[in-house]
Design a binder for this molecule. Structure first.
Ligand code: ZN
Length: 189
């Protein structure tokens, strides 16, 4: 092996890859009597409560994994997985597809990242199809709901909606901020 020809004064500069660290993730948090793995999950529960979504935390064992939440809407259950980075989302999509769950599913990244809040799964002829998920205010039932941009704009809460006449504006920023505050206040007690 050739000896290193590096001279004095030379240095290798490694450019540190700065990772985005979610500081509220990973702190076990109790909210509404439920023990969550992280404050992020508890904040989502508080958010669902705020917008009137009937949530259950880690409610079922599927093949290979336990989903974070199921939200029970009158029009049907929605499996809900909380995820951050893109690679986690891809992994979560494949987990849901092979889990035996054959209803709709939502991988939610952050409700305050608008308009896209995550990925929504629909089944068409037995094939799982994912599209861009967006929150909206349903003008038929008045609830905060979610639609799939490329697939069905049907309201997941009431089941109404062909076309877009039922789709009203909804900005989740205030509800999300309220949910985060609520969870942090609880954790400090
Ligand atoms: Zn609706």
């Amino acid at each position: 092996m050739a000896a290193s020809g590096r001279r004095m004064g030379e240095s290798i500069v490694r450019r540190g890859v700065r990772e985005e660290v979610n500081v509220i993730k990973g702190i076990p948090t109790t909210y509404e009597g439920v023990n969550f793995r992280s404050r992020t999950e508890a904040a989502f529960a508080a958010f669902f409560e705020r917008v009137g979504w009937n949530w259950e935390y880690e409610p079922v064992d599927l093949e290979g994994y336990i989903p974070d939440f199921i939200v029970r809407f009158p029009a049907g259950p929605l499996l809900l997985e909380i995820k951050g980075p893109v690679e986690e989302v891809a992994l979560a999509e494949s987990k849901v597809e092979v889990s035996g769950w054959n209803r709709e599913a939502l991988i939610l990244c952050a409700p305050n990242r608008t308009p896209e809040v995550g990925r929504l799964l629909e089944w068409h002829d037995g094939e799982p199809l994912w599209g861009q998920a967006e929150l909206f205010r349903c003008l038929s039932c008045g609830e905060v709901s979610v639609l799939c941009r490329e697939l069905s704009w049907r309201c997941r809460a009431c089941g109404d909606g062909w076309g877009n006449a039922h789709v009203g504006d909804y900005d989740p920023a205030e509800d999300w901020a309220h949910a985060c505050n609520r969870v942090q206040w609880r954790a400090a007690v």
